[in-house]
Design a protein. Structure first.
Length: 226
C-alpha cells in the first residue's frame, strides 16, 4: 500500500449485496487489496474449501497502519471523517496518541446519495498531494468513495478504507478488546451496544452463506433488485 492503491475491508453485511449492488461490486473488483476482515466469510470459506484462509481484521490492519512513520508525519495523510461528532472523538484520540493533525488535513464527508461526485475532495487532494488517505466512512460507501478517488485523481495515493475501525479505538463506538477482535466476536460487542442498529444488519448477513455455498470462488452474477 505504500506504493499507492485502494485497500478495502469488506464486511459480511455488504458482501451479501454483491449480486445487486453494482457500484459496491465494482469498488471491490477494482481494489488493489482486499483484506479478510469478515470473520463470517472466513468461517464459511474454511468450511467449504480446503484452501483455508486466515482472517486479517480491519482493526488489526489499522493498528499497524497507525504505527507507520509516514502516516504519522504531519501533512502526509488526509483523514476523511463521517460526521463532526465522530471527527472530534477520533481526532482527540489521535492527538492524544501523538498525531499532529492540521485542520486542512481533515475532510468532512458529505452525505453521498447515488453516484459519488465530490470535486471539492479531489481539489483538496490535488492541492496537498497527500500520500495517504484514511477513510472512516461507513461500509458500502467508503469503498465507492475510494474508487472515485482512484479513478479521478492524477496520481495514486494509498487509500485505506478502514471504516469504523478507528471508532473502536477512539470510543466513538463500543470498545472491542484485542481478544474479541482476534476471535471474530467484534460483531457481538456491536450488537450488544446498539441492538436496534446492528442486530438487523448482521442478521441480514446470513444471505452470504447461500451465495458462497452456491458460487464458491466464482463471482455471483449481477441481477436486478425485484
Amino acid at each position: 500500500m505504500k506504493q499507492g492503491g485502494l485497500l478495502v475491508v469488506p464486511a459480511a453485511p455488504a458482501l451479501k449485496d454483491l449480486p445487486t449492488n453494482l457500484a459496491y461490486r465494482e469498488a471491490l473488483l477494482h481494489a488493489d487489496l482486499a483484506i479478510t476482515d469478515s470473520a463470517f466469510m472466513v468461517l464459511i470459506w474454511n468450511f467449504i474449501s480446503r484452501d483455508r484462509v486466515p482472517r486479517v481484521s480491519g482493526l488489526e490492519y489499522l493498528k499497524e497502519l497507525l504505527q507507520d512513520p509516514e502516516v504519522r508525519e504531519p501533512g502526509s495523510t488526509l483523514w476523511i471523517m463521517a460526521s463532526p461528532k465522530s471527527a472530534k472523538t477520533n481526532l482527540d484520540w489521535l492527538q492524544n496518541n501523538g498525531f499532529q493533525i492540521r485542520e486542512q488535513d481533515i475532510y468532512m464527508a458529505p452525505l453521498y446519495k447515488g453516484e459519488i461526485d465530490d470535486p471539492a475532495l479531489l481539489e483538496k487532494m490535488r492541492e496537498h498531494h497527500y500520500k495517504h488517505v484514511v477513510v472512516t466512512v461507513g461500509g458500502g460507501t467508503q469503498e465507492r468513495l475510494g474508487l472515485y478517488m482512484k479513478r479521478h485523481l492524477d496520481y495514486l495515493p494509498a487509500i485505506h478504507c478502514i471504516g469504523a475501525a478507528i471508532a473502536f479505538l477512539s470510543g466513538d463506538q463500543v470498545f472491542i478488546p484485542t481478544w474479541a477482535d482476534k476471535t471474530g466476536l467484534g460483531w457481538l460487542f456491536r450488537c450488544i451496544s446498539a441492538p436496534s442498529a446492528y442486530v438487523p444488519r448482521y442478521w441480514a448477513a446470513r444471505k452470504l452463506v447461500w451465495l458462497m455455498l452456491r458460487y464458491r470462488s466464482e463471482l455471483p452474477p449481477l441481477r436486478a433488485l425485484a
